[in-house]
Ligand binder design. Structure first.
Ligand code: SF4
Ligand code: SF4
Ligand code: FES
Length: 280
């Protein structure tokens, strides 16, 4: 990914000055239908097909109360607004689907924190927001990154119930207790916010599975319906796939769903320790 430096930042100077003036002018006005500048978004832009370097563009976000009612208060609504208002090369590419924090498509970095744009409410006391794609991922265009490698890693942990019972019956009962063990794990939407905030994942992307995939691996390890626990533990017992985690905890701090991948990783390590110790 090309580096972004102050020398290659492109700012819409004219628009910027105009919006600042407008902001001052509008501060004391209370007309509900007036266009009011509520914040400024500095958005990362890069199209590998035509740009030699990435750059930032400043987008002023104007609104009225009627607008807010129509288009919603989230950061994703601001990006949609930019997408509609600025056409052609000034528009931005970004992913979205559910608009409810369920699909994980709209993951991006806002003011230095990985989050989901559709459930991120911009703080009204902050006037400038910087919006970058997820860090250390190959850029496809603007805020859209390639998650191909991330999904291949997910596939490598065989994320499904492996059970011979499924061959003869299509339902396997689970006790209430066993089902509750999956709480805090099954909610993961694979948005990659945690993995792309992890320094160990940045430097060892090819070999380290990263917090999201390891949380999923733990989810299948403790599923009472799965019969392949031993093989799963053997595969995970690898100095790169698992033990690149150094408990930095960025993953847990950034997860927009409030999950704890670092805890799941420590549980895998404990299980491996118990399994191989008792095996000897
Ligand atoms: S653990 Fe949280 S941050 Fe990581 S992929 Fe799952 S939902 Fe996203
Ligand atoms: S706790 Fe482990 S997985 Fe989470 S950010 Fe730190 S090194 Fe990465
Ligand atoms: S659009 Fe689905 S999580 Fe944001």
């Amino acid at each position: 990914m090309p580096n972004l430096t102050s020398s290659n930042c492109f700012l819409l100077e004219g628009v910027y000055k105009k919006t600042i003036l407008l902001k001052v002018k509008m501060q004391n006005r209370s007309h509900t239908n007036s266009n009011v500048l509520i914040r400024i978004l500095k958005v990362y832009r890069f199209n590998p097909e035509i740009d030699s370097k990435p750059y930032l563009v400043i987008y002023p976000i104007f609104t009225t109360r009627i607008d807010i009612y129509r288009r919603g208060p989230m950061l994703l609504d601001d990006l949609n607004y930019i997408h509609l208002r600025w056409h052609g090369y000034k528009s931005i590419s970004h992913r979205k689907s559910c608009r409810e924090g369920i699909c994980g498509s709209c993951a991006m970095n806002v003011n230095g924190i990985n989050t989901l744009a559709c459930i991120y409410t911009p703080d009204p006391s902050i006037s400038v927001f910087t919006v970058y794609p997820l860090p250390h991922m190959p850029i496809i265009r603007d805020l859209v990154v390639s998650l191909k490698h991330f999904y291949l890693q997910y596939k490598s942990i065989r994320p499904w119930v492996q059970s011979t019972k499924y061959v003869t019956i299509n339902k396997i009962k689970q006790s209430k207790y066993d089902r509750e063990l999956l709480d805090g794990l099954y909610e993961c939407i694979l948005c990659a916010c945690c993995s792309t905030s992890c320094p160990s994942y940045w430097w060892n992307t090819d070999t380290y599975l990263g917090p999201a995939v390891l949380l999923q691996a733990y989810r299948w390890l403790i599923d009472s319906r799965d019969e392949n626990t031993v093989q799963r533990l053997r595969t995970l017992n690898d100095s790169f796939a698992l033990y690149r985690c150094h408990t930095i905890m960025n993953c847990t701090q950034t997860c927009p769903k409030g999950l704890n991948p670092a805890f799941a990783i420590s549980k895998i390590k404990t299980l491996i320790h118990q399994f191989f110790n008792s095996d000897e």
